[in-house]
Design a protein around this ligand. Structure first.
Ligand SMILES: CC(C)(COP(=O)(O)OP(=O)(O)OC[C@H]1O[C@@H](n2cnc3c(N)ncnc32)[C@H](O)[C@@H]1OP(=O)(O)O)[C@@H](O)C(=O)NCCC(=O)NCCS
Length: 177
């Protein structure tokens, strides 16, 4: 089944709860989207609510993907809030429901983000990720390259520090040169 994508959907109370529920399930399955399991809906909601405000009343954009009627994929286009960086965008909260991972939905979500990015005139997309989960392979397969690391920047548990990997997708003609 291919995903149906919606950019900037109306953030109804129902959609907000669906996003929180997705985020909880992804986090509790070990996904690297800001939390270490176990996490409750209450904790995720506390992080999600300001994010929703930045979308509904601020410069960020929300992309959601549906398999049939079910919300299964989400990402945020996070505005840099800095004129000198207005020509590129940061992707955050990239996630696919654990029940539906491994079916190509993550790749489809990122391809749609790339399409939107080009349409909006951005020259690059940037994403940061937690080392140790193989996620760099996912992004590399989509054309992103590693541009640096913050060493041991993420303390996911006692004695378990992970690098934060910075990845970049050039959307200009320079990328082909
Ligand atoms: C990362 C994520 C979005 C990928 O979505 P997905 O639907 O499972 O990915 P796809 O099925 O489209 O996989 C595309 C390719 O990436 C690879 N891939 C996907 N997740 C991977 C991972 N965690 N590690 C290594 N490779 C991965 C797949 O094997 C596949 O490779 P192939 O093209 O050679 O077959 C999803 O696993 C997820 O939501 N993870 C939890 C949240 C998270 O950690 N997000 C990243 C925030 S930076």
């Amino acid at each position: 089944m291919s995903l149906r994508f919606v950019l900037d959907p109306e953030l109804t109370p129902e959609l907000r709860e669906q996003i929180v529920a997705l985020w909880v399930d992804v986090s509790n399955a070990g996904g690297a989207v800001g939390f270490v399991p176990p996490v409750t809906a209450e904790r995720v909601r506390a992080t999600a609510e300001p994010m929703f405000v930045d979308v509904s009343d601020g410069p960020d954009r929300l992309l959601v993907g549906y398999a049939g009627e079910r919300l299964v994929a989400v990402l945020i286009f996070s505005d840099n809030r800095f004129d000198l960086k207005a020509h590129w965008c940061v992707l955050k909260r990239v996630m696919v429901h654990p029940d539906t991972q491994g079916r190509g939905y993550g790749a489809a979500l990122m391809r749609e983000a790339e399409r939107v990015g080009r349409e909006l005139g951005w020259e690059a997309l940037h994403v940061t990720l937690r080392d140790g989960l193989g996620l760099d392979r996912f992004y590399r397969g989509l054309g992103y390259r590693e541009i640096g690391r913050l060493p041991r920047a993420l303390r996911v548990g006692p004695g378990d520090d992970r690098d934060e990997i910075l990845m970049w997708l050039d959307l200009t003609d320079r990328a082909a040169a």
